[in-house]
Design a protein around this ligand. Structure first.
Ligand code: FAD
Length: 466
């Protein structure tokens, strides 16, 4: 047995240091691509344990891969160089709410939707709402800077964090930020850690902002006979003085897939639909709803559907959440991307996706948070078909280029991980990427925290075929 493993077993119970092949296999994949076996899985339950694990890993230069629920879509928790998977999911899921301060302090293992549930008991809400909120951990959300439909009005995870507690790669416990809304003491390390994908340390506690829950919501669904019209409707709405909480887009392939999966009566003949949620005072919502109906008429929408009850509205939002599982039924493999463009460029991006689809003869469907320019083009394919997967690789590469050409970014919310690392220089330039790497090297001199992520390794390419 390796000396580092012996030392871990010196303070952790054997049942929380998993080394059997079956256990290691269970932690070898996430919701994206690729399988990598770790040497051991270590289940931690409190910050001092994390500190001790990192001290040992740093001394023996063993890679450490933090993992929440493993729902990452970019390869973030994959143990690409073996070593330790640090499983945070067994950590007691403590939620300490302070309604008078509108703040909450949470353990890294808490499922994000449970933070919102706890807040709602006090008439409050935790705004970030990734579609995976019921299964993903807040630790994973912080590491990925996750977003969701409500990001349009309320921003993403980073906009709701006041402070963090982190274990550094050298095993020291530090705090960043604090509990106050205002805090400009020094360089903002909280923002540095959020979105760093577990490459700078392990998040062991977070203090988050809560806000009053809006008194009312209004859902609307609008159907279009052309994708460009849907893009136009989004632009017109957002420049009309109304800021909906959510504006979600589904193309026809997604609509049909959901209807085949769990029918809710979506208009299958429409080229696209937008599902909108307004929130605020009921009187304001009445006015805004009327204005949006007028805008939709002006841009030539086919139909505006107003749900007759809360249950009907909930069914529409459930349908939106079902897109991912529904399209996964079309073909065995789904490559989910989240290239993001300035919102006015969505119609152009949709045109580029159509060209890419035809050029590489691949099946591409699109849905996502169109209100903030964050589309999720998904390539549906079969990973056993090597020839098809090579075409998919080229198609994905060209999608990234298209997003960048339109002034966009490689990732709006799913992160870089392993999947987008080869394209980092395209967006950041050589020096920009090098400056990021310098930060990483100074935080983690032995390179033990989540190596193989964000920063491309020499000659690294996107490989989706074996
Ligand atoms: C069906 C589906 C829908 C999704 N919808 C959305 C969406 O709407 N919006 C969105 O943004 N994402 C979405 N995702 C992606 C994913 O759910 C998010 O990235 C989520 O934040 C990952 O959380 P997790 O607990 O599963 O983390 P993991 O997948 O386990 O890890 C993600 C990353 O975080 C790091 N990490 C985890 N915990 C810690 C910690 N405590 N300290 C430091 N680093 C840590 C890992 O090393 C890894 O790099 C979706 C995924 C699926 C499968």
């Amino acid at each position: 047995m390796e000396q580092w493993l012996k030392e871990l077993l010196g303070f952790l119970p054997e049942k929380r240091v998993l080394t059997s092949l079956a256990d290691r296999h269970s932690y070898s994949f996430d919701a994206s691509f690729g399988e990598y076996l770790p040497d051991a899985v270590v289940q931690v339950k409190e910050k001092r344990e994390v500190a001790s694990v990192l001290k040992i890993a740093n001394r023996f230069q063993v890679p450490v891969y933090p993992r929440g629920s493993g729902t990452c879509l970019s390869g973030g928790p994959l143990p690409v160089h073996g070593g330790i998977v640090l499983d945070m999911s067994q950590w007691p899921a403590d939620i300490n709410l302070r309604p008078r301060d509108l703040t909450v302090t949470v353990a890294p293992s808490v499922l994000t939707s449970n933070i919102n549930k706890a807040a709602e008991e006090h008439g409050l809400m935790y705004a970030p709402d990734p579609s995976s909120a019921h299964v993903a951990t807040i630790g994973g959300n912080l590491a990925e800077n996750s977003g969701g439909p409500r990001g349009l009005k309320y921003g993403v995870t980073k906009d709701h964090v006041l402070g963090l507690e982190i274990v550094t790669p050298e095993g020291e416990i530090i705090k960043t930020g604090g509990q106050t809304i205002k805090n400009v003491t020094g360089i903002d390390l909280t923002k540095l850690i959020i979105g760093s994908e577990g490459t700078l340390g392990v998040i062991v506690e977070a203090t988050l902002k809560l806000m009053p829950k809006p008194p009312a919501v209004q859902t609307m669904m609008v159907a279009f006979d052309g994708v460009r019209k849907a893009g136009e409707a989004i632009s017109q709405t957002l420049t009309s003085g109304i800021l909906p909480a959510k504006m979600e887009f589904m193309d026809q392939a997604c609509i049909v897939a959901v209807e085949n999966f769990q029918p809710v009566g979506l208009p299958v003949d429409a080229a696209a639909v937008i599902i909108i949620e307004l929130d605020g005072h009921p009187e304001t919502l009445r006015i805004e709803r009327k204005l949006i109906e007028e805008i939709m008429q002006e841009v030539g929408a086919e139909e505006v559907i107003i749900p007759k009850s809360d249950e009907e509205a909930a069914r529409l939002w459930h349908a939106r959440k079902q897109v991912s599982p529904a399209i996964a039924k079309i073909k065995p493999t789904k490559v989910s991307e989240d290239a993001t463009v300035p919102r006015s460029k969505i119609p152009d991006f949709m045109d580029r996706l159509q060209d890419i689809k035809e050029k590489y003869n691949v099946e591409v469907v699109a849905f996502g948070h169109a209100g903030d320019g964050n589309l999720h083009p998904n390539v549906l394919c079969d990973k056993r078909d090597v020839e098809e997967m090579k075409r998919v690789e080229l198609a994905v590469e060209e999608m990234f280029q298209a997003a960048l050409d339109l002034g966009g970014t490689l990732s709006g919310e799913h992160g870089i991980g392993t999947m987008k690392a080869p394209f980092m220089e395209l967006e950041l330039g050589e020096i920009g990427l090098e400056m990021m790497k310098r930060i990483k090297d100074s935080w983690d001199p032995n390179g033990i925290m989540n190596p193989g992520k964000i920063f491309p390794e020499k000659g690294q390419k996107l490989v989706l075929h074996k």
